[in-house]
Design a protein around this ligand. Structure first.
Ligand code: FAD
Length: 366
C-alpha cells in the first residue's frame, strides 16, 4: 500500500540499504543518504557471513535469491590443533531451509541491495550526510547540502560513530576488549575446500580461522598481533587482497529510539566479529523496524530489539573469551567434548543452530 509519508534513512551501509528494501517492498516511501561517495570498496569487505535468518528476511524481496546466486556455502567447520585435525562440526542438521553460512563479501551484498533499490525507483543520495537532528516527535534532519528534511520517521543507520545517535543525545555504553585482532583476505593459486571453515586453535589460547569464499579466496582472521602472522605456514597464497588490524569493543546505545528517531545496526550496537553476527543483527533491526512501521507499531521497536541485542552481545562476548582466553578446563575438554557433541544427534542440532544464530528469537512475521 503506497504511503504519502517518507522515512529518512541516514547511512547506506548494509543496514540502511536493507531497511530501504524492506520498507520499499511494502510500498513505503524512503529517502536514503550517505556521507561517502559510494558503497564499501570491493577489496575492503568487512562482514562476510550472511546467516539463515537474514536470508529468510530477504526472501520476500527476492534479494536472498540474488545473494545465494553469488555467495559460497559454508556447510561446517574443521578444528585443528598443532597440525592435527581434532574434530569437524556440520551445520546441515539445523532446522532451516538454508543450513549454511553464506559467504559473501559485504561490498557485494551492498551492491545487490543497491541494484534492487535502483530497479524499484530508490537511488542512494551519495555525498550527503545528516549533520543534525531537530525535533524528534515530528522529526527533522539537517543535511550537509543545507536542506532541512521533515520525515515521518528517521532511521539512523550511520554506523558506529553515529551522528544521529549523538544528535539525539543517546549515551553509548559498554567497554573495549583487550588484545589485537587481525584479518587478511587472500587468494589461492590452487583450489581450497569452499564448503568448510578451518579453525586452528593454539594450545596457549588464541587461534585463527580460514573462512572460504569460493574455491580460490578466503578470509583469515585471528587473535594475532599482525596480519603477517596469519599467513605464516600457509601454502599456495597468490595474492593478499586486504589486511586489517583492529581492536574490538562490546557496546550499545542506551536506547534505540527517541520520539520518532530510531537507531539500527552499528549505530546501536557493536561487538567482536567472532560468530559473524554484526551485519546480520543490524539487518534484523532494519527489517523489524520496517515490519512494525508498516503495521503502525513502530513504538514497539526498542522493546523488541534491546533484548535481542543484549543476547547477541552476551553470546559474542562468551565466544570471544573462549577463542582469546580459553579457561584451562575448556582447553582440556574441547578436544574431547566437541567430537562427541558433533556425533550425538541431540547435541549436533543445537550446536549447529547456535552457530547459525537460530537460537535467537526469530522475526515474528516469518
Ligand atoms: C573485520 C570485520 C569483520 C566483520 N565480519 C562480519 C561478519 O562476518 N558478519 C557480520 O554480520 N558482521 C561482520 N562485521 C560487522 C559488520 O561489518 C558491521 O556490523 C556492518 O557493516 C554494520 O553495518 P551498518 O550499515 O550498521 O554500518 P556501516 O557499514 O558502518 O555503514 C554506515 C554508513 O553510514 C554512513 N554514514 C556515516 N555517518 C553518516 C552521516 N552523518 N550521514 C549519512 N551517512 C553517514 C557511512 O558512510 C556508511 O556507509 C565485521 C566487522 C569487521 C570490522
Amino acid at each position: 500500500m503506497p504511503s504519502d509519508k517518507t522515512i529518512l534513512i541516514a547511512g547506506a551501509g548494509p543496514v540502511g540499504l536493507a531497511a530501504a528494501v524492506e520498507l520499499a517492498r511494502r510500498g513505503i516511501r524512503v529517502r536514503i543518504v550517505d556521507a561517502e561517495a559510494g558503497p564499501t570498496p570491493d577489496n575492503q569487505s568487512r562482514a562476510l557471513a550472511v546467516l539463515p535468518t537474514t536470508l529468510a528476511i530477504l526472501e520476500a524481496s527476492g534479494v536472498a535469491e540474488r545473494l545465494m546466486a553469488e555467495g559460497g556455502r559454508i556447510l561446517g567447520a574443521e578444528f585443528w590443533r598443532d597440525g592435527r585435525k581434532l574434530f569437524a562440526v556440520s551445520l546441515e542438521s539445523a532446522r532451516t531451509p538454508t543450513p549454511f553460512i553464506l559467504s559473501l563479501p559485504q561490498a557485494r551484498t551492498e551492491r545487490i541491495l543497491i541494484d534492487w533499490l535502483g530497479e524499484h525507483g530508490v537511488a542512494v543520495e551519495w555525498n550527503v550526510s545528516v549533520t543534525d537532528i531537530g525535533e524528534t516527535h515530528r522529526p527533522t534532519a539537517t543535511l550537509s547540502t543545507g536542506e532541512t528534511v521533515s520525515a515521518d520517521a528517521i532511521l539512523g543507520c550511520d554506523g558506529v560513530h553515529s551522528r544521529v545517535r549523538e544528535a539525539i543525545g543517546i549515551p553509548w555504553k559498554g567497554e573495549g576488549y583487550p588484545g589485537d585482532f587481525s584479518l587478511a583476505d587472500v587468494k589461492f593459486s590452487t583450489p581450497i575446500d569452499p564448503h568448510h571453515a578451518q579453525i586452528t586453535m593454539k594450545a596457549a589460547g588464541g587461534g585463527a580461522a580460514l573462512l572460504p569464499f569460493g574455491e580460490h579466496e578466503a578470509r583469515l582472521i585471528g587473535t594475532t598481533a599482525t596480519p603477517a602472522t596469519l599467513l605464516e605456514g600457509l601454502a599456495g597464497i597468490s595474492e593478499v587482497v586486504w589486511t586489517s588490524r583492529f581492536h574490538v569493543a562490546f557496546r550499545r546505545a542506551e536506547r534505540m529510539a527517541k520520539g520518532r528517531v530510531f537507531l539500527a545496526g552499528d549505530a546501536a550496537h557493536v561487538h567482536s566479529p567472532v560468530g559473524g553476527r554484526g551485519m546480520n543483527l543490524g539487518i534484523w533491526d532494519a527489517a523489524t523496524f520496517a515490519f512494525l512501521y508498516a503495521q503502525g507499531r513502530e513504538t514497539e521497536y526498542e522493546t523488541k530489539r534491546l533484548p535481542v541485542v543484549d543476547a547477541v552481545l552476551k553470546a559474542t562476548r562468551e565466544m570471544t573469551d573462549l577463542v582469546s582466553h580459553p579457561p584451562a578446563l575448556a582447553k582440556m575438554l574441547l578436544p574431547l567434548g566437541m567430537p562427541l557433541a558433533g556425533r550425538l544427534p541431540f547435541l549436533r542440532r543445537p550446536l549447529a543452530e547456535r552457530v547459525l544464530a537460530l537460537d535467537l528469537p526469530q522475526p515474528e512475521w516469518l
